[in-house]
Design a protein around this ligand. Structure first.
Ligand code: TUI
Length: 314
């Protein structure tokens, strides 16, 4: 068994968070991951407090374990959602795409553990000062909105910068990745892409098919011109977006191309206009499994890899 400070902090058996993915991470997936010993996380995406409350209560019916909610700081409902999280006494709140400092005190007073996702050591320090209990250091190998650094240089620099536990995210899809993250000083990992094909994940079958077919070079980063780079699968949509970024199209029109695109992929399976977010490990994801099978396989492999590592020492 792999046990770290993160397990104690969050009341989980295994130090794995399931990433909060917009239009993907709902109560059903989150409860399955929590029941498997990790931390299941519901994505608040850009939905309002009523939706988030409903999802939290649904997850509570499906598991007795801790659950997390991920808040997208760019959401127009961020204040409303933040209040619901405190009222519902969610065990863990993670945040992305912005600075959650002004909400941390309220969440902590409600007993929530606060774990911001950050792309740099400077932000990790700021979060620690603001009262965060841990941080997720997310490298640019991950799917979705990404920072500048890759996981390998980011994680040890964040570990050196703060005293709170650090989770590694971005490019981790199996036990080798988890073992590597632990060697970089992480106390756990956050995994998104591999859970896209969990049996309990309710995304459109076409999305799962694209992930299962993906290879190592199947993802692309778009949106740099607008200041919010996003990694997703290469599809007619993302290739066309990437091309248009280098034309004289206006920023407004470019922005418009992205509106609703995550939903069109995950809910509608629309290949023409959907943005199929996935990380660089998509090429390693080759079969649909239950969340429990995914976690058990990854952690068994982590133990094997770590046990063998001592053989390198002479
Ligand atoms: O947030 C994510 N991944 C996401 S959010 C998302 S929805 C979206 N779609 C289009 C544009 C923007 C968002 C899809 N995927 N990962 C965690 C993450 N957080 N990555 C980077 C950051 C981040 C960036 C800046 C965290 C904090 C931050 O702070 C800047 C500041 O100083 O306020």
């Amino acid at each position: 068994m792999i046990h770290t400070a993160l397990c104690e902090l969050c009341g989980i058996r295994t130090p794995v968070f399931q990433g909060g993915m917009a239009h993907v991470s709902d109560a059903r997936l989150a409860a399955a991951v929590t029941n498997a010993g990790g931390l299941g996380i519901i994505s608040a995406m850009s939905r309002d407090g009523a939706y988030v409350r409903e999802q939290i209560r649904l997850a509570r019916e499906l598991t007795n374990g801790p659950i997390g909610v991920n808040v997208m700081m760019m959401s127009p409902f961020v204040g409303d959602v933040a209040a619901v999280i405190a009222e519902e006494k969610v065990e863990v709140v993670t945040t992305g795409a912005g600075d959650p400092s002004s909400y941390i005190e309220n969440w902590k007073n409600a007993g929530c553990r606060v774990v911001p996702v950050i792309p740099s050591a400077a932000l990790a320090k700021r979060m620690e000062r603001a009262g965060a209990d841990a941080v997720v250091a997310e490298g640019g190998e991950s799917g979705g909105h990404i920072g500048e650094l890759s996981t390998m240089p980011l994680v040890p620099q964040v570990v050196d910068a703060v005293s709170i536990p650090v989770l590694a995210a971005g490019g981790i899809g199996d036990g080798r990745g988890v073992a590597a993250a632990l060697m970089l000083g992480a106390a756990g990992v956050q995994i998104g892409t591999r859970f896209l094909v969990a049996k309990e994940c309710g995304i459109h079958p076409h999305y799962k098919e694209l992930v299962l077919k993906a290879s190592d070079t199947s993802t692309i980063v778009t949106g740099r011109r607008l200041g919010h780079p996003v990694r997703s699968l290469k599809t007619p949509y993302s290739r066309s977006y990437a091309k248009q970024e280098y034309t004289d199209i206006s920023n407004e029109d470019l922005e418009q191309l992205g509106v609703g695109s995550l939903r069109k992929a995950a809910v509608d399976g629309n290949e023409k206009e959907g943005c199929y977010i996935a990380g660089q490990i998509a090429g390693m994801v080759n079969r649909e499994q239950t969340a429990a099978e995914i976690i058990e396989e990854i952690m068994a492999e982590t133990e094997q890899v770590l046990a063998k590592a001592a053989n390198f020492i002479r």
